[in-house]
Design a protein around this ligand. Structure first.
Ligand code: GLU
Length: 415
């Protein structure tokens, strides 16, 4: 992960938004402060017979609008400030999508690629026990994020339910379908991003059936983005990469093929088609749409001037620094900001919560229709705000999201 502190970026973004909205200093101070943080040490029995202690966090950033919501990351470079930033972005994301939820995030410092299935299960259950008192369907509802899976959600739900003495499906989302998961949750992040891209392309008069796309990052979001862009619009994916590198092929890359190679060899860079490309080079390709789908701070003041895409659709959280935002805005590049573009995941998570509460499950068609309606409304809301205020798309998203959080805080008497 980068040297730039993501939580410092959040605080600068909030300051900027507060100036636009002319918020009082005390209101701004609350918006810049995480409400509650858990710092945990989790002892886990490893396969070699030794006990290893893992550092972990859960940050509940702001619950003015409802129970906090947000994923858990398992990543070797996790820090408390990354988790704080991601928890803040979840707060704005849920608010922007008009969900009755606040924002939170969890993180465990570990490298799941080097852990056995049994070790991962024991770590997940240990995390569930440590956060038991602080999470719950009406308190704080975790979900998947980088390197966490539906199976990990199932273990956490099971451990929590065992402690509660009853099945508590609603404690976590992104669960497998057999355990109260929602149809459409698997590809929801990418699907939501596609709905935004569709709306942006209409406004910018880009013909998506002829568009070229580069996807940086090939986890859940990146893989589905590549697959759906082709399926939904007939666009051509000309480059994909992951943390080990990537591949560039003018005539087009097959998303399924790339996924197969990644599963088999751990990286899409082992594909036989096209030329090798680094995860930095991919950002600067001459494409219509660039989809950063991995980690924070990949577009900075160092490379922003070299970006050639017409649309940057941020499926990752925090891929652009504020300096990069200014440069891209001046260049006239249309950025669909992270907490709008990738909000499909949490939106279907919210649908999953609703289904769990009601014990009644929707069809895939119902999920996608409702997701499309939510994403389309939010996209145009942000776009119109960006035009009305003459501010960039990220600031516009901040304005709409923060306005609602502040209204809730005022009505609750916090400020
Ligand atoms: N981890 C996803 C995000 O960053 C999904 C969160 C959720 O479903 O609660 O938005």
């Amino acid at each position: 992960m980068s040297q730039i502190n993501p939580f410092e970026i959040v605080r600068r973004q909030v300051d900027k938004c507060s100036r636009i909205l002319k918020l009082d200093q005390d209101v701004t101070d609350v918006l810049k402060s995480p409400m509650r943080e858990l710092h945990l040490s989790l002892p886990v029995h490893m396969d070699n017979g030794k006990v290893k202690v893992f550092q972990a966090y859960r940050v509940q950033y702001n619950d003015a609008k409802g129970p906090t919501k947000g994923g858990i990351r398992f990543h070797p470079d996790e820090t408390i400030d990354t988790v704080r930033a991601l928890a803040a972005w979840m707060t704005w994301k849920c608010s922007l999508m008009d969900l009755p939820l606040g924002g939170g995030k969890g993180g465990v410092i570990c490298n799941p690629k080097e852990m056995s299935e049994g070790e991962l299960e024991r770590l997940s259950r240990s995390y569930a026990r440590a956060v038991y008192q602080f999470i719950g369907p009406e308190r704080d509802v975790p979900a998947p994020d980088v390197y966490t899976t539906p199976q990990i959600m199932a273990w956490i739900m099971d451990e929590y339910s065992a402690m509660a003495g009853k099945s508590q499906f609603g404690v976590i989302t992104g669960k497998p379908l057999a355990l109260g998961g929602s149809k459409g949750r698997g590809d929801a992040t990418a699907k939501g991003g596609m709905y935004c891209i569709r709306e942006a392309a209409k406004l910018l008069k880009i013909d998506l059936s002829k568009a070229t796309i580069a996807v940086q990052g090939y986890g859940n979001a990146g893989y589905y983005a590549a697959k759906l862009a082709k399926e939904m619009f007939g666009s051509k994916i000309i480059a994909v990469c992951d943390s080990q590198g990537g591949c560039y092929c003018k005539t087009g890359i097959d998303a399924e093929e790339a996924q197969k190679i990644k599963t088999k060899t751990t990286s899409v860079c082992n594909m036989k088609t096209g030329d090798k490309i680094s995860s930095e080079e991919i950002l600067e390709l001459d494409v219509d749409i660039l989809i950063p789908s991995a980690m924070e701070n990949v577009i900075t003041e160092k490379n922003a001037a070299n970006i050639k895409a017409k649309i940057v659709a941020e499926l990752a959280n925090g891929p652009c620094t504020p300096e990069a935002d200014d440069i891209l805005y001046k260049k006239g590049i249309h950025v669909i900001p992270d907490f709008l573009c990738n909000a499909g995941g949490v939106t279907v998570s919210y649908f999953e919560m609703v289904q769990n509460f009601n014990m009644y499950y929707w069809t895939e068609k119902e999920v996608y229709e409702r997701l499309d309606a939510k994403m389309t409304t939010a996209y145009h809301d942000v776009y119109n705000t960006h035009k009305d205020y003459k501010i960039n798309m990220r600031q516009a998203a901040y304005v709409r999201a923060v306005e609602r959080v502040v209204e809730a805080m005022k009505l609750r008497g916090w400020v």
